[in-house]
Ligand binder design. Structure first.
Ligand code: SF4
Length: 342
């Protein structure tokens, strides 16, 4: 088996290899030959929940390790499908795509072009750039919200978009993430689910631990129930691994800073985001927080948030405020008053 098949198991070549091997599900789930694939599949899914990436693979020089790597991917998808949890699907797809990105970094430009081709993205290479069709660019980069991905910031000529190699690899990461996410969950027969029971229980527990960690971390400081609908929506989107626009990021970070949520807790919210970059996000949060309380940024007003389409599902309180912070202090005050009456 070529190394590429094990490293990029979602490519059609890998799928063809699996089909030709004609290995039954029962073998995959019970045969001792696939024990290491099963154990790696479990770690693959666990790491995606706990760390947002999958564990590093063996060096894959041995045929046996390549087999295990490829079939661990097949089994991981079965595991994720059995759990039927949207958050897990998103988180798993994101983790696989991040690993893909780190792996293609070791490939030559020509190999990257070939991989892109297998993913359905045709490209041409010049000395400095990768060139793709406008349609492929728009289709692949739409979830990427940073300014640099906007068409006005890209060189375009005769319906073709020019990208640096780094940008092109990043765009491919997005293609992989979307592909994995859209293909899941698979329809898994009950018999398979019961054979995977011991792994599924372990994964469910990991998932529950992460959920409760997030809730506790967050609720220890502020109560999300007091947030205005717009801010609640941004937090939920970040938790569901949806990329946030620059304005959404600015709005939620400045909002949280102004209600005294700590810097590390704010970073935690962004960790599920497909675009999460520790260094860059830390810098942005610190910048918005300012060095002193008097130069920290305030979130935009309701009027501005409306123009950006960030004002969603306004409720009765929204009719009487002009700023998300006004909403929060009002709901906080009302809660205190109610508590005092009890
Ligand atoms: S009215 Fe203001 S506080 Fe309410 S959802 Fe819209 S932007 Fe947020």
């Amino acid at each position: 088996m070529e190394k590429k098949i094990a490293l990029y198991p979602f490519l059609p070549e890998s799928q063809n290899f699996v089909d030709e091997e004609d290995i039954g599900l029962v073998d995959l789930l019970e045969n001792p030959r696939f024990a290491s694939a099963r154990s790696r599949a479990r770690r693959r899914v666990k790491w995606s929940i706990e760390k947002g990436r999958i564990p590093p693979a063996e060096n894959l020089d041995k045929e046996l390790d390549r087999h295990s790597e490829l079939f661990s991917y097949i089994l991981s998808r079965l595991i994720v499908s059995c759990i039927k949890d949207d958050y897990l699907v998103k988180r798993y797809a994101l983790s696989e795509s991040k690993t893909f990105y780190s792996r293609i970094y070791r490939e030559t430009s020509l190999e990257v072009k070939e991989i892109a081709n297998s993913l359905g993205i045709e490209s041409a290479i010049t000395e400095q750039d990768f060139i793709v069709s406008l349609v492929d660019y728009l289709k692949s980069s739409s979830p990427l919200k940073e300014k640099s991905w906007k068409l006005v910031n890209r060189k375009i000529k005769s319906g073709k978009v020019f990208l640096t190699e780094k940008k092109f690899r990043r765009m491919l990461q997005e293609v992989v993430r979307k592909k994995i996410e859209e293909d899941l969950p698979l329809d898994v027969p009950d018999e398979v689910q019961s054979k995977l029971k011991y792994i599924l229980e372990d994964i469910m527990q990991t998932l529950e631990k992460r959920e409760s960690k997030f809730e506790l971390d967050f609720e220890g400081i502020v109560d999300k129930e007091l947030f205005p609908p717009c801010m609640n929506k941004i937090v939920s989107d970040a938790r569901a691994s949806r990329n946030l626009s620059h304005t959404e990021r600015f709005a939620i970070v400045s909002f949280l800073i102004n209600i005294n949520v700590g810097y590390n807790k704010i970073l935690d919210i962004f960790k599920s985001s497909p675009d999460f970059d520790d260094e860059r996000t830390s810098y942005q949060v610190k910048h918005i927080a300012g060095n002193h309380s008097e130069n920290k940024y305030k979130p935009p007003s309701c009027e501005t948030l409306k123009t950006y389409g960030i004002c969603v599902s306004p409720d009765w309180r929204c009719d009487r405020v002009s700023h998300p912070l006004g909403y929060y202090s009002w709901s906080l005050k009302s809660r205190k008053e109610n508590e005092n009456q009890d």
